[in-house]
Design a protein around this ligand. Sequence first.
Ligand SMILES: NC(=O)c1ccc[n+]([C@@H]2O[C@H](COP(=O)([O-])OP(=O)(O)OC[C@H]3O[C@@H](n4cnc5c(N)ncnc54)[C@H](OP(=O)(O)O)[C@@H]3O)[C@@H](O)[C@H]2O)c1
Length: 268
Amino acid sequence: MEFNGKNVIITGGSSGIGKSAARIFATKGANITILARREDMLKRAVTEISSSAIDTNQKISYARVDVSNHTEVENWAGIYQKSSGSPDVIINSAGITHPGYFEEIPYETFDELMKIDFYGVLNMCRSFIPMMKAKGGHIVNISSIAGFLGVFGYTGYSAAKFAVLGFSQALRSEMKKYNIIISVLCPPDTDTPMLEWEDKIKPKETRAVAGTAGIMSPDDVAKAMIAGMIKKKFIIVPGFNGKFVLYASRLAPSLVEWIMDRQIKKAG
Ligand SMILES: NC(=O)c1ccc[n+]([C@@H]2O[C@H](COP(=O)([O-])OP(=O)(O)OC[C@H]3O[C@@H](n4cnc5c(N)ncnc54)[C@H](OP(=O)(O)O)[C@@H]3O)[C@@H](O)[C@H]2O)c1
């Protein structure tokens, strides 16, 4: 019961992996606050997450916060601290994607990907770490397999997700002395509204390469994340195929590039 009575904040907790994680934390007795922009989805998710709670004293709430806006995040962090103190766990799951051929992705989309997928993580860490230093805690930043392996069609998304990994690795060392554990979750394709949306616009080459690691359910990804957190792992890659891609890309990068190039040629 590592999470019983703990205060957990989950950005992007109204959908997909974030919502699955919130439901699992609820079954472990945690108090949960989910953040996102669309209020109707937040309300529905709170009802769903509350039904997994095991104790009537557990607090399940939401806040409308755009994580890409650092002033908004900072202001809300102050409000949270006054009502709940310092969080024990933060899961930075809020994110967007936009696959496409490099020259067809507008500049604005590159900006948006960096602002939400990378700066969203940075803004949360900047606002909450000062208050977490006193008692420690655990922060999980969600990257992707495309965050350690550049994938065709993901020039914007991979750039933002690589940034999450590099930032988190540097932060991990700095936060060790404060007992703040930093982890990065790198899921493969996961069956969520994000994947459903991107499937409609994905280049065929991206589909051929990204599908290699298989598709997982958001519940399985969230379970793997929590198992990795309990083991205090830095990089958490759910599923066998994802782990295989990680080790192969580290041990034999040229071979992985050769395989991807073949898949891309075949798809094209
Ligand atoms: N699904 C996959 O295949 C996959 C694979 C690897 C990694 N990931 C990563 O896993 C994370 C979760 O993805 P998912 O598939 O669960 O996506 P999802 O179902 O689309 O959920 C995304 C969540 O993020 C919120 N969000 C987006 N922009 C936000 C912003 N600016 N401020 C606050 N909240 C924001 C969304 O709510 P609002 O839009 O209402 O704000 C929603 O709650 C993302 O970081 C994603 O990149 C996903």
